[in-house]
Write a protein that binds this ligand. Structure first.
Ligand code: FES
Length: 106
């Protein structure tokens, strides 16, 4: 039997994960971009450039930092200019890999 046809593999690819953005609780598809989730729900996160260059979507990760995709090159450049908060990320740059709890950063 081919591993690609395994039901377990299919389940893994379509797993739902819990996402908390401030007081808003949502469910995301594992691997979904956070910005896509925010495009279809009202959340306290805001976006402008949507490309990691303006800082509008700056957020603090309260829980689940390891459940986000790795820091992008754009974040490596912009985050140090915006904040000294070690838990900061740019919401437009991340994919959701597991449960997360985030809040906007001013
Ligand atoms: S929306 Fe501009 S950096 Fe994320």
């Amino acid at each position: 039997m081919s591993e690609a046809a395994s039901p377990e593999r299919t389940t893994e690819l379509t797993a739902d994960v819990a996402v908390r953005i401030g007081d808003v609780r949502l469910t995301a598809r594992q691997g979904q971009r956070l910005i896509e989730l925010c495009d279809t729900h009202i959340t306290p996160l805001h976006f402008c450039c949507r490309a990691g260059s303006c800082g509008t979507c700056l957020m603090r990760v309260l829980e689940g930092a390891d459940n986000l995709s790795p820091i992008t090159d754009n974040e490596e450049i912009l985050l140090p200019e915006l904040t000294e908060d070690p838990d900061a990320r740019l919401a437009c740059q991340v994919r959701i890999l597991g449960p997360i709890n985030v809040v906007p950063l001013d």
